[in-house]
Write a protein that binds this ligand. Sequence first.
Ligand SMILES: C[S@@+](CC[C@H](N)C(=O)[O-])C[C@H]1O[C@@H](n2cnc3c(N)ncnc32)[C@H](O)[C@@H]1O
Length: 204
Amino acid sequence: MSEIVAHPEDYFKQLLPPRDDLMRQLEAQAEHEDIPIIGPLVGQLLYVLAVAVQARRILELGTATGYSTIFLAQACRRFDGQVISLELDSDMAAQARSNLQQAGLRQWVNVREGDALEILPQLQTSFDFIFMDIEKADYAKALPHCGRLLKTGRMLVADNTGFADADRFNRKIHADSDWSSAHLYGFWPQHSPNYDGLCIAVKS
Ligand SMILES: C[S@@+](CC[C@H](N)C(=O)[O-])C[C@H]1O[C@@H](n2cnc3c(N)ncnc32)[C@H](O)[C@@H]1O
């Protein structure tokens, strides 16, 4: 049987998807300012998953500078859909709008400022894809709203589920028969942190 490649971290770093100048600037900014972004591999994974489920309507919890939003918007642009992205911090929301404009994706994204836990109960339209990336301790509170808003058979991705604060969420979604979930722990280069958990779930 063939063996695992030598130095798998270096090996897989070579296979990161190519990024343009804007994405590289956002990665450098995240490193300097300690902004916890998903990085290029998880970004590409979001793009692939959102395209696979033909996501027209995408909800993101936690925009920051709009790095992850760019991957989501690139996916839903293919179906002329829309991303609604929720961000608590007004300075971050402004940066995200500007970055999305620069990426030529502004028309596919509505960045809404405010607390996701307050906005979620007000949302009435359904979604094909939800990406959760706010405070990990709040994931469990957001989950019932995601269950209500996500169409049956559609996808939820939650980032940073290796954090102890995500434990309540991890156990809740694992035990809930309304969800089929897979909990991955792995090496996600340039993700913050490089080794972390990721939950991918489908609503039954
Ligand atoms: C991990 S960062 C998001 C990173 C972004 N998804 C990316 O990968 O490019 C988390 C962001 O969620 C925001 N946030 C935290 N709690 C929130 C809440 N309850 N509602 C909305 N935004 C929240 C923070 O201000 C921060 O910008």
